[in-house]
Unconditional design. Sequence first.
Length: 805
Amino acid sequence: MANAPRRKSDAARRANQVIRIRTLMMMALLGILTFFLLFWKLYDIQINQHDKLQADAVKQQTRSTVVTASRGTIYDKNGTPLAISATAETVFISPKDISDHAEDQDADYIARGLGRILEVDPDTLLEKMEKTWSQFEIVKKRADQEVADEVRKFLNGWIDDAGNELVEENEDGEMVLKSDPSKKPTRLYGIYLQPDSKRYYPYGTLAANVLGFVDGENNGGVGLEAKYDSTLKGTSGLTITAKNAAGGDLLYQYEQYYDAENGKSLVTTLDANVQSCLEDGLESMLTKFGAKNGGTGIVMDVNSGAIVGMASYPNYDLNDYGTLYDEKLKETLAAKLAALEKNRGTYESQEAYDEAVKKVKSDVVNTQWRNKCVDSTYEPGSTFKPITLATALEEGVVDMNTTFSCSGSIKVQGWGKPINCSRKTGHGTQTLKVATGNSCNPAFITMGLKIGTEKYYEYLKSFGLMEKTGVDMIGEAHGIFADEKSFNSNVVSLASYAFGQTFNVTPLELIRAQAACINGGYLYQPYVVDQVLDDEGNVVEQHDSTPIRQVVSEETSAKVRECLEYVVASGTGKNGQVAGYRIGGKTGTADKTGTRTPSNPQGDIVVSFMCFAPANDPQYIMLLTMDTPRRDTGTYPSGGNMVAPTASRIMSEILPWLGVEPDYTADQLAGADANVPNVVGQTAEAAKEKLTSLGFDCKTIGTGDTVTDQTPTGGAIVPNNATILLYLGTEKPNAPATVPHVVGLTAAEANKALTNAGLIMRVTGVTTAASGNVHAISQDKPEGTQLEAGSVVTVQFGSQPSSAD
Ligand SMILES: [Zn+2]
């Protein structure tokens, strides 16, 4: 018996075990089954029925809305933001919600209130509210933050439709009705705000024609904004707005399903300061000479093709791109509209006339958005001569000793009458350098004929003039030239091409070819975007500025530089000189083909000037053009007279900023003593004008309009070419200046060291020497002396470096 129970118990244990195992297995199986079932259900819900369920969810308790990704920033090369995206809010209404609450609230009241805040016609709003099936009708896109806050007050019942405050804060910090402090304000239904972003251009017109703008849908319209639209834009996200249990909308609770992927940022090669100097210079030139068709300006790094500054006129304000900005353009529009009005009778219907008016307006507005540096071509005239010069030198058909004789005109086979030189009486016999300095047409025609049609055409191609430069900008045009066969068939085109007429190029094509002439012969692909950054600031793309090809040799290039430095030192480009710098350049005055009429017998011209610095080792090149200046301004219309002075002004401002060191001779620095006038209290403009008219240089510190202090103070006696510091609202530092050691330095070096220390140098002794080897031999205040800022330190120069310092 003892065994039986044991056996029984064994059997029972076994049976139990089996049951347990079965149970476990069953449970496991059930578990797996359940898991699969659940998984399937989950899968079904999440994947198969996702769209349907989501659609139901959207209908029942949520609203899905698109969240615009934050558009990337556009920076200048120093990190100054030129285009940014600021937070804004889009205001929309749900006509359905408004109609669902028709008993609690008055649609007219909502229309009046929103209309007032958002500057929208209330009737338009009422029309939208009639679409009672709709839950999403946009009232105002990208409203500024203050406006959005006002909408929020209105929908929370804090203000009424006329903007009157309805609430006050009680002791508990709650908003209660002024009229009945026991009641809370009544919220309005059906008004919503959705976060969005708005493009904003902190500098308005600065580099407008390069940057471009985004349209009403946040898409790049023109310029870099269009070229790099997909990079800047990012990917939109989706958010779902939830409703609470009572069916009311939770105002600010967004359940985000898909994150927006922010756009990437661009670091451009533009320098905001260079751009501003370029634009200031161009604007005053265009105004002074009443240029009918605006102008262009490009500043480029000679050794990489990086565009440091680029301006095109007429321009516009990026924050208000639809409005005409330029006065001349406004006149143009008025004239065109007047002409339409005159012919009104010829239009079949009011609609046709309205359409014509609309078209004229849009054409004129489009004009101000163009970047003529890139999308327009012109006949360059004599600024093209460096290309002929470089080609002739490279082909060995001329050298620096070649002479040309000019009688005032030259006969070219196949051309009816002789081609004139700018000097009717002729330039006589000239060397290559002097002929370039004189911009002598017969000399350049002679060079062209020596090169020959086939070779010349080959170089036009090699200089990249027949193709787009490949710059990263939209709408690029390219040069317009005779086809190769007809060009080669006779020398007539060759003769005119040699001095820059009867063909067209874009300013950008020309400046990069000019750069190749002087930088050692290298043709670069110009570019504006140097880096692309992700939204954490990491560089994800970097521009590579490898030259495309070498067009001419280093030796040829050096000779071209020498000739072009002569143009500015002694030739037609003298007005382009900049104190302290070696400048090379070329003037241009080109007739606009087909503009001579009985009422305009001389025709229209394009005047221009190209310059670069330093002439012996070029770093930056600039090309300015002005289209159709007036002829009656008292200035003889030519590039040398009208454009070179502006180029000089711009270069004198941008070269020091760009770190190109001035190379003053002691002679240039040795100014006579003069009394510094007191200009405190004057406008910065007036103060600068007064000081520069006396020969002083000025440097402003701060951003105000009025001079609040100056160094040295009024009454001080300093060399009349000293730099006077003008403080515009910024406090003048109290710290004394410490005299640096300058003995042994050149005049330029000594001046720089003293200016940097806040002191002024007076030069005595030998200032010029045949050898050019002039150095400071003594200084009247020893190194380390503490002086008041703006004090004068007298430095004696000699042609022998001092051994005893
Ligand atoms: Zn001549």
